[in-house]
Ligand binder design. Structure first.
Ligand SMILES: [Zn+2]
Length: 670
């Protein structure tokens, strides 16, 4: 058992880490860890919080369903919150769930509905008078993103509830379901993306999420999306008594309902169902990661109610991660953008959960030593949800004495420079700034979507340009000539023009995107935004010393040091000079022109009449204030538009000043 202080420290660490992974997963569609690892961290935090509850519990990741929506789609407040489900990872936990709720409901036997758990994106569809009116992603469970137009492009989703004689069409209903992409179209989409030198999606779930959250519905329409509906929220005009009855009605109304859903008379039947679905999983056309059990009778659901973030009457039973055994042929080193060397196991190809796998990450040297992984070993590898598999353990009994111990080389495999291991880091790095592997990665990062967003300049083209000695740093891109490109294979006249156009268009990037694109260590998208907002120009940022930087709340000494070192480096200064020479001019619009709202935090809820949410945000920022996505102790004002959401209730509870749109306009003198 941990003592109180170390528990508090661990709780803090876990919350920070989970917040980070939530952002990677929900907002950037780019998870860094497997679902199984995420679940494990979440469980550790839940367990610690159960023993050591503290004041910050209410805002802990364990209390959130997902995360805040991106700002680029209009926020949508769900009429009824979309809760997430509690998880079970073993039959014992499934049995425990059953005995717990039977005790609470005072029942000898509970009947359930059992459903395959699709690995997609949860959505909420609103039908009024039988017509589809709004659709939104789950978001944080209370507020999601309004993706109505994109949802309409999914052909299997009815825009109108089918009228049949025996069934009333409800005047208002929220229908819940999952948008997903089948395995085959997913593979095809990724092949096409790789051909176009675009980043492939990590898995079908990310592909579905990325496709549904396209700002241009036309792009969504071209993506092979599907939907299954499995539940309802608020409903008016019809009364149901069981979940099974709801599913029957949904099917009759024309909603796609998964044909594998069935009734289970007790928990034993549920466990059988789990085993059956697990066995047919590889042959299913879509990815699933478990089975969901729901108490069938709605009266039973009502009695059981909710506990914090989950309904007590439902359970997500997760499949164990997929494992396989195979031979490690070799261990290679991959050089990242910042010079990090990641050892990768090259393996005899093997099928793990229906996907052929031939590489697994070994993370770092410590990990290899800890697990005693040697070249020639037979290893158990695991793939959990996402596609980067890892080595769980090696099978010592299979050794024949020929296995070779892996040693971190003293020199970089790509450039021959010295490798160092910095203090306090698990990773080894190549510190040669001219290392070709690093430069290629660096250029790829510079051009990537979250950075300068230069279309057509992915991994392959970056490497091609570098290998042909046409570019040696990102600034060289702006000096490329068409004739040079025509010399490369694959670069026909038209695509060369397209690439040069895209490069030209990137010459006036938003300041924060440019700062992020530079690839300064520890400066991610968020930090880049903070730096842009505070310094307002490249010149100011380059002049800043560590004191100027650490004066900002969000910038710690490590980040400050890294920024100062970056701009002090001779090579980087030269590259900056070249950007300038090329006419690259980062734009900064959110210039603070006034400070009447200095330090004031605003939360908006409901829709405003006189302006959109993004305009309101820009306005507040231009006056020195800032906008929060949810009500916190720091919130100064909650501005209510029409149909405000749950934020209003929270503001009332917390005693925060609530003002109307009119008051807001008065406040800022308009
Ligand atoms: Zn190197």
């Amino acid at each position: 058992m941990m003592d109180k202080d170390s528990a508090a420290k661990r709780i803090h660490e876990l919350r920070t880490v989970l917040e980070h992974h939530n952002r990677r997963y929900y907002q950037q569609d780019a998870p860094e860890i497997s679902d199984a690892e995420y679940d494990q961290l979440m469980r550790e935090l839940q367990d610690l919080e159960a023993v050591y509850p503290d004041d910050d519990l209410a805002s802990s990741p364990t209390q959130r369903v997902g995360s805040a929506p991106l700002s680029r789609f209009a926020p949508f407040s769900h009429p009824q919150a979309m809760l997430s489900l509690a998880n079970a990872f073993s039959s014992q936990e499934i049995l425990d769930f059953d005995s717990r709720i039977r005790r609470l409901a005072n029942q000898d036997r509970m009947d359930y509905v059992a459903e395959p758990k699709l690995d997609g994106l949860a959505v909420n569809l609103i039908y009024e008078g039988g017509f589809f009116r709004h659709g939104a992603t789950r978001g944080d469970g209370f507020t999601g993103e309004d993706v109505t137009q994109n949802l309409k492009t999914i052909s299997s989703m009815p825009l109108r509830i089918k009228q049949i004689e025996s069934l009333v069409v409800p005047e208002f209903i929220e229908v819940r379901g999952e948008v997903y992409m089948e395995k085959k179209p997913f593979a095809k989409l990724n092949r096409r993306r790789e051909e176009n030198d675009e980043e492939p999606f990590a898995n079908p779930r990310n592909a579905a999420a990325g496709s549904l959250r396209q700002l241009d519905p036309k792009v969504t329409a071209r993506r092979p999306l599907n939907i299954f509906l499995y539940g309802i929220g608020t409903v008016r005009g019809i009364h149901f008594t069981s979940h099974w009855e709801i599913l029957q009605a949904l099917a009759q109304w024309g909603f796609p309902v998964n044909p594998l859903i069935c009734q289970a008379e007790d928990i034993t039947a549920c466990i059988d169902y789990f085993g059956h679905i697990h066995s047919i999983r590889p042959g299913l056309p879509y990815e699933i990661d478990g089975v969901v059990l729901k108490v069938n009778k709605l009266s039973g659901q009502e009695t059981l109610g909710n506990v914090s973030r989950s309904p007590r009457w439902a359970l997500a039973c997760k499949f164990p991660p997929e494992q396989a055994t195979t031979l490690i042929r070799d261990i290679l080193l991959q050089v990242g953008r910042t010079g990090t060397l990641t050892p990768v196991a090259i393996m005899e190809p093997v099928s793990v959960g229906g996907v052929m796998v031939s590489r697994a990450t070994l993370h770092n040297e410590d990990e290899i030593i800890k697990k005693d992984i040697r070249i020639g070993d037979t290893a158990v590898i695991q793939r959990a949800g996402d596609v980067i598999p890892e080595v769980i353990k090696i099978m010592e009994a299979k050794r024949n004495g020929q296995e070779k111990i892996f040693r971190m080389p003293s020199r970089c495999p790509e450039c021959g420079s010295e490798i160092v291991r910095l203090q306090g880091e698990a990773a080894h790095r190549c510190i040669n700034l001219s290392c070709p592997a690093q430069i290629k990665e660096h250029i790829r990062h510079f051009a990537s979507r979250g950075a300068m967003d230069i279309e057509g300049l992915g991994e392959k083209v970056s490497a091609q340009l570098f290998d042909a000695k046409l570019i040696n740093d990102p600034a060289d891109l702006y000096f490329l000539k068409k004739e040079q490109l025509l010399g490369l294979d694959r670069q026909a006249n038209k695509s060369a023009e397209k690439l040069l156009d895209a490069i030209e268009r990137s010459k006036t990037p938003p300041l924060d995107k440019f700062i992020f694109a530079l690839g300064i260590r520890h400066v991610g998208e968020q930090t880049a935004k903070i730096l842009a907002g505070h310094f307002g120009s490249m010149e100011n940022l380059m002049k800043a010393n560590t004191d100027d930087l650490t004066a900002l709340n969000e910038i710690g000494p490590e980040i400050a040091q890294s920024i100062v070192e970056f701009f002090a480096e001779d090579k980087n200064r030269k590259v900056m000079g070249k950007f300038h020479l090329a006419g690259l001019s980062p734009q900064f619009h959110n210039q603070v022109t006034d400070t009447i709202l200095k330090g004031k935090a605003f939360v908006f809820t409901g829709s405003l009449e006189s302006m959109g949410r993004n305009d309101a945000k820009a306005l507040v920022e231009s006056l020195g204030g800032f906008v929060q996505s949810s009500v916190t102790g720091r919130t100064s004002y909650v501005v209510t538009g029409s149909e405000p959401g749950s934020k209003l209730d929270k503001a009332r509870r917390e005693g925060i000043t609530i003002i109307s749109e009119k008051d807001f306009l008065k406040l800022i003198g308009r």
